[in-house]
Design a protein around this ligand. Structure first.
Ligand code: ADP
Length: 159
């Protein structure tokens, strides 16, 4: 049985993330979506809130579970016995960063394989940071996040 780990900040989860998780869930027996507690960026949502929103958004996938984690992704992968790391690729800048991280992770954990999913066309421009900006400025975000997430974003950003 192959366990895949899909790590990220998910601040908040978007339909782009959900699409990657659904596709990973159709390929691997078990997918663990791992919410990193301290990414090197300003967060809008707490770890608990991010985990909660991801759980609600992926509750239709029986072979997916959502866990917070701290420390190195490769250490968490070893802890949960994941053999595969899942990431999504949007634009060229994603590739550069993912490539760099993949090489480092290979040094740290040679047995862990990386599987990258190309973004679906509908979500190629969707990022948590852009959606936060659009929401803050009063724009329509409902097409790119589930209703629960849209509500949580509006509550945080639109008073
Ligand atoms: P991180 O801070 O680890 O990049 P993110 O939550 O921003 O966390 O992204 C987690 C993963 O999901 C990354 O591999 C990212 O490239 C991927 N991802 C985010 N948005 C999309 C999208 N719209 N389409 C495909 N992949 C995406």
């Amino acid at each position: 049985m192959t366990i895949a780990l899909y790590p990220g900040s998910f601040d908040p989860v978007t339909k782009g993330h959900i699409d990657i998780a659904e596709r990973a869930a159709s390929l691997f027996e078990e997918v663990i979506v791992a919410v990193y507690d301290a990414p090197p960026k300003d967060l809008l949502f707490t770890t608990k809130e991010r985990v909660e929103l991801v759980r609600k958004s992926l509750s239709h996938l029986p072979n997916v579970r959502v866990e917070p984690y701290t420390g190195l992704t490769v250490d968490f992968a070893e802890k949960v016995k994941a053999k595969v790391l899942v990431r999504g690729l949007r634009i060229f800048s994603d590739f550069e960063r993912e490539f760099e991280m993949a090489l480092m992770n290979k040094q740290l954990a040679p047995c862990l394989e990386l599987v990258c999913f190309m973004t679906s066309q509908d979500y190629q421009f969707v990022s948590s940071s852009l959606l936060k900006e659009v929401c803050r400025l009063g724009g329509h975000i409902e097409d790119f996040v589930p209703e629960d997430v849209a509500r949580a974003l509006r509550k945080k950003l639109c008073h």
